[in-house]
Design a protein around this ligand. Structure first.
Ligand SMILES: [Zn+2]
Length: 327
């Protein structure tokens, strides 16, 4: 009898490390989630190894052979070497994660950027499954991206391509954590929307918007969206600005890649209704007509907290050579 094969996928983020044991065709067998222990490099790696070991033990109980491990890591990754160059949110620099995993778990491991594995999952199972060329944009606290060309991830020469959060859409604009100004991420992410809301609240201390700040002075996107839907003009204006910036970023990507689909995912898509009109205005103004007319901007079709980990497990499946890869 053929051994039943599965892969382990991990999504390592700034707050949590999620893992899945996945059979072919996206059949979720087991899951595991822990807070990312971000106090040190050793604690982050220890957490990753723990999750992998627990999932391999369960695979054994289920009679499954784990063919490979895939990791989607929030950071800059040298894919060819499985090296985490650095992570903006975790105390990790120059970590040969592929080697660590292969040595400890004695199976092939593949390490990629978290936004890339999300794009891969969307391309195979989600809104991009019927198309050859797709740009996937994760709109959350930051902006991540993945580019699919001819149904394959485009990684560039070392694997750090598609850092679309850091394409500059407003030269000299607000400072981004990367050190540049006016990045897409600094103009249209959840963090950017919150920053604009706080600036507006500070400038208008007697406004209803100013009263939405919590005790720590934060003002989250969800509360802001409720205010906008109730007609608060300051809140609405922030979404108009962010929506336009979102459209500028998307239009640039359409001009470069001429994708069939631009797929939007992540927490900020919950407020897409407030962003969409100005987003479309910017796309119409900036994207060249033939490319614009051949593109559809849609939201992700993948649900659930494990999307990133499932994408990483899919990466491991495709690269392990043990599973059929779609044409
Ligand atoms: Zn940046």
């Amino acid at each position: 009898m053929e051994p039943k094969i599965a892969t382990i996928g991990l999504d390592v983020g700034g707050t949590k490390t999620s893992g899945v044991l996945l059979s072919p065709e996206d059949v979720l067998r087991e899951r595991e989630r822990i807070p990312t222990k971000r106090s040190s490099r050793e604690s982050v790696v220890g957490g990753i190894l723990d999750v992998c070991e627990r999932l391999s033990e369960r695979a054994e109980v289920l009679g499954l052979e784990v063919a490979a491990i895939g990791v989607g890591f929030a950071g800059f990754i040298d894919f060819s070497q499985g090296l985490v160059i650095y992570s903006p949110n975790l105390p990790i620099e120059d970590l040969r994660l592929k080697d660590v995993l292969e040595e400890r778990l004695s199976m092939p491991a593949f390490v990629d950027n978290d936004a890339n594995v999300a794009a891969l999952a969307e391309s195979r199972w989600g809104a991009g499954r019927s198309v050859e060329h797709m740009v996937h944009i994760t709109l959350g606290t930051g902006i991540g991206g993945g580019v699919i060309i001819d149904r394959q991830l485009y990684r560039g020469c070392i694997g750090t391509a598609a850092e679309i959060g850091h394409i500059v859409i407003s030269a000299g604009g607000p400072l981004c954590f990367c050190g540049a100004r006016g990045c897409f991420e600094a103009m249209a992410s959840g963090t950017a929307i919150e920053r604009m809301a706080l600036e507006a609240a500070t400038a208008n201390p007697d406004s209803p918007l100013a009263r939405l700040r919590d005790r720590k002075g934060h003002l989250d996107v969800q509360l802001l969206s409720e205010a906008a839907r109730e007609g608060d003009p300051l809140a609405l204006d922030i979404f108009l600005q962010a929506g336009y910036s979102l459209g500028v970023g998307i239009a640039n990507l359409i001009n470069i890649f001429n994708p069939e689909r631009v797929v939007l995912s992540g927490g900020v898509t919950n407020v897409l209704d407030l962003l969409e009109e100005r987003m479309q205005v910017a796309v119409k103004e900036i994207a060249v007509k033939p490319s614009r007319e051949s593109t559809r901007i849609v939201t992700s079709e993948l649900q659930g907290e494990e999307v990133g980990a499932r994408g990483a497990a899919l990466l491991a499946m495709e690269l392990s050579g043990r599973f059929p890869v779609p044409e």
